[in-house]
Design a protein around this ligand. Structure first.
Ligand SMILES: N[C@@H](CCC[C@H](N)C(=O)O)C(=O)O
Length: 353
């Protein structure tokens, strides 16, 4: 059933990719026709565009109608998420099955994952949980964490520079919203121990898997394995190509073969990386549970760690992803990885539960 939806586009803070896939953002009219699986869904504006429903951001965020799911759609470099204010309960408001439906790009809202802002535990300010678009639950999400921080800032009406402590499946993570609106995240320490990544590939004497060979569907790849709470397989080369040219890769063909490879008992995210210079990398990603995405924050962090371990780049790199750049530092002093990048509101919406 077709409905009329009033939608919100945050045109004030375009990112690298901007909102090019949406109808001409400059000339957009206030009302768009879309077909939803959820016939009563409402999308409400938060921009300078005139809307049919003049609702302020905060009043929208604080609506309490219990028969509606209120959400915000955010993206971090095109890695997009439905964010749900779940501060009143430690159980996610929707099931993983419902999350799969929400993530559907044809019959739902469309997203790479659904993220919940839950009460903090173990002395943290908040807890973050996330479902991938296939309904699986990863331990962490870097781009999602930047979106989470911006969403919490809106929920709590915070301005200027501020930070939070967030409990995640990867431990305590600390995002800081900067004056310019970007978010810098202390992503904690990478884990290299093979059994913790986890992988069945044989480790070296330091228990890590660095530049090891793996046969994926008859092709030998050199891989370095890094966990940022979630598992990453990073490759810069194969037997066929000593320096990958990532634009040439058939990602949809090879990505799933890595993800479901028997050497990765918890499946894996895979980063294919081209070295542009000692401080500049170009990466494409195949995400566990989400497929090819436009960016992956934990993947960019794992990529820089792997590049350092393989002697391909320094500890401070710009990582170019299809959706835009991330600044990553693997700091020697504390062994923590720091990620800085954008996170942008797309619109607010409501759906009947
Ligand atoms: N896109 C995310 C990672 C999301 C989780 C991943 N798909 C997994 O299953 O580990 C990021 O920005 O880190």
């Amino acid at each position: 059933m077709a409905i009329t939806a009033t939608i919100s586009l945050s045109l004030t803070s375009p990112t690298h990719r901007s909102l090019l896939s949406l109808p001409s953002s400059r000339s957009i009219s206030t009302t768009l026709q879309r077909t939803f699986k959820y016939p009563n869904s409402r999308l409400i504006a938060n921009s300078s565009i005139k809307t049919h429903t003049p609702l302020k951001t905060n009043s929208f965020l604080h609506q309490q109608e219990s028969d509606f799911l209120h959400f915000a759609k955010f993206h971090g470099l095109g890695n997009d998420f439905v964010l749900i204010d779940n501060r009143d309960s430690s159980e996610p408001k929707i099931s993983s099955e419902k999350a799969v439906k929400l993530c559907d790009r044809n019959f739902g809202v469309g997203a790479d994952g659904v993220i919940f802002v839950l009460p903090g535990i173990n002395g943290t300010d908040y807890t973050m949980r996330i479902f991938n678009s296939d309904g699986s639950e990863p331990e962490m999400c870097g781009n999602g964490m930047r979106c989470f921080a911006k969403f919490v800032s809106q929920l709590e009406s915070l301005h200027g520079r501020h930070s939070f402590t967030i409990h995640t499946g990867a431990g305590r993570i600390v995002p800081e919203v900067l004056e310019d609106g970007n978010v810098r995240v202390d992503m904690g320490q990478p884990t290299l121990k093979a059994s913790d990544v986890p992988t069945k590939l044989s480790p070296n004497k330091d228990h890590a898997v660095v530049k090891s060979e793996i046969d994926v569907d008859g092709v030998i790849w050199n891989v370095t394995l890094v966990s940022m709470g979630n598992p990453h397989c990073v490759t810069f080369s194969s037997k066929e190509s000593q320096n990958l040219v990532v634009d040439e890769l058939k990602l949809a063909q090879i990505g799933p073969k890595f993800e479901h490879h028997e050497m990765f008992p918890a499946r894996t995210n895979t980063e294919f990386v081209q070295v542009l210079s000692n401080s500049h990398l170009k990466m494409r990603v195949w995400e566990r549970g989400a497929g090819a995405t436009l960016a992956c924050g934990t993947g960019a962090c794992a990529t820089v760690v792997a590049a350092v371990l393989e002697g391909r780049a320094g500890r401070n790199c710009t990582v170019d992803l299809p959706g835009g750049p991330l600044q990553i530092e693997w700091r020697e002093e504390d062994n923590h990885v720091y990620m800085t990048g954008s996170a942008d509101l797309v619109y607010y919406g409501s759906l009947p539960l």
